[in-house]
Design a protein around this ligand. Structure first.
Ligand code: ADP
Ligand code: ASP
Ligand code: MG
Length: 426
């Protein structure tokens, strides 16, 4: 008997009717003779509502209490979904992160899963139960509730699939698979039947919300076959995320993504001497703040005849902004820099594709597309299979559209299909 892990996102369980619909999908899988472990997210946008509620109380809650609050969303959907299955006549057991044996780092807001003690789940499965597990949460070595970062239910599901050696991990969501870009921004986006872990990982890291980056990382490490598919169109086979054989080498660009949740910080008037960058970024790292794009540029001294200084600009996640500014103000004093500048009106638009290795001209094509769209580039960063440009937040969606137009103009998707996509809200 094979074991399938399934995960249903927030929109799939947005109300009671949708929860019943999901219960029927789970029941069907069970009726087909599979053992089923289902991971579920908080209903609809309820995690956002909890975040807003916390903000009304304080700007700076402790990580411990914040995670305890956010984790409640998933507990609601697990209880309701288990009840729904029971009401259909199935034996179902709901488990929270701790009950499911999901042990994480002693870090709040974005803890990594360290290991999963699967004994409890295996026992309940052997007794004929369907297991429903809260996504997005675990427990640390002190027995405190931790969360895995926004969108982290995907990671819970893939980690469970790896630990239980499941046949497959099905990620059910509100689109029919992984597209060349967010189909809500570009209705002509093309659905990919398959995508390689390495491309999906990079796409997820640069903002393609459809999968959590750590879920892809975990799938790659554990060689878990992941299928992204729609809760609302079960006939569509979705997108398989697999090993390197899923790579289309003729494809210059696999996908385009946009991240509107970054902020740009700049430290100006930095003394031009060895050790300064190490001081700035070392201190940020010590505070667990990840930095993304970095630019250092030389400027003339303000003082006539004075030594030139540097400006160091970089981006961080908006959630780290408060801490990053505090840390940077301290570093500014220590190294004698001039100013800390903050820009939150930015977005990062990226193209990803293993096919760009050894193929010149792709960056130029991306920049040309942005130029034609009259979109200014504020920063650029590249890696072997990715090019990212920072643009104004207001220009982000246009940037995605114009870049998609350049790389996928002859995607073969008919106008009719694009219109259907648009009507379905994909
Ligand atoms: P869930 O609640 O099921 O986890 P998410 O909202 O986290 O769903 O992720 C699905 C959304 O990801 C889609 O509705 C779509 O707008 C967005 N998305 C962004 N990039 C892509 C892409 N390349 N392919 C498919 N969906 C994408
Ligand atoms: N409910 C959490 C969130 O909204 C986790 C998830 O949905 O994956 O981020
Ligand atoms: Mg998600």
């Amino acid at each position: 008997m094979s074991l399938i892990v399934q995960k249903f996102g927030g929109t799939s369980v947005g109300d009671a009717e949708k929860i019943m619909n999901v219960a029927r999908i789970i029941a069907d899988t069970h009726d087909q003779g599979h053992q089923v472990v289902t991971v579920v997210s908080a209903m609809g946008h309820s995690t956002d509502a909890l975040v807003d509620l916390a903000k009304k109380i304080t700007d700076n809650p402790t990580g411990r209490e914040y995670d305890a609050l956010l984790a409640t969303g998933e507990m609601v959907s697990v209880a309701l979904l288990s009840m729904a299955l029971n009401s259909l006549g199935y034996k179902a057991v709901g488990l929270n992160g701790a009950q499911a044996g999901i042990l994480t780092e002693d870090l709040f807001n974005r803890a990594r899963i360290l290991e999963i003690d699967t004994n409890g789940i295996k026992k309940a499965l052997s007794e004929g139960n369907i297991i429903i597990v809260t996504g997005f949460q675990g427990i640390n070595s002190l027995g405190e509730i931790t969360t895995l970062g926004r969108g982290g239910s995907d990671t819970s599901a893939v980690a469970l699939a790896a630990a239980l050696e499941a046949e497959r991990c099905d990620i059910y969501t509100d689109v029919r698979g992984v597209y060349s870009t967010d189909p809500r921004i570009v209705p002509e986006a093309v659905k990919m039947p398959r995508i390689a872990y390495i491309e999906m990982l990079e796409l997820a890291r640069v903002g393609a919300q459809v999968l959590h980056p750590r879920a892809v990382e975990t799938a790659r490490q554990g060689n878990v076959a992941v299928c992204v598919r729609s809760t609302f169109d079960l006939k569509d086979s979705g997108t398989m995320v697999l090993g390197i054989e899923a790579m289309d080498k003729d494809r210059r660009v696999a996908g385009i993504a946009c991240d509107e949740s970054q902020a740009r910080l700049a430290l100006t008037g930095v003394p031009d001497q060895p050790g300064i960058a190490a001081e700035v970024f070392g201190t940020l790292a010590n505070h667990n703040i990840s930095v993304d794009m970095i630019i250092q540029s030389l400027s003339e001294s303000d003082v006539p005849g004075g030594k030139p200084t540097n400006d160091i600009a970089f981006t961080v996640s908006e959630t780290d902004l408060h801490d990053a500014v505090t840390v940077l103000e301290q570093v500014k004093q220590k190294i004698g820099a001039k100013q800390v500048l903050v820009d939150t009106d930015i977005a990062k638009v990226s193209i990803v594709g293993a096919g760009m290795i050894d193929r010149p001209g792709i960056a130029a094509d991306m920049f040309r597309a942005l130029a034609e769209g009259k979109i200014n580039i504020k920063m650029i960063s590249t890696s072997e299979i990715k090019i990212s440009c920072l643009v104004d937040k207001t220009a982000a969606k246009d940037a995605v559209r114009t870049i998609h137009g350049r790389f996928f103009a002859d995607s073969g998707l008919s106008v009719t299909q694009a219109t259907v996509n648009e009507k379905l809200g994909y």
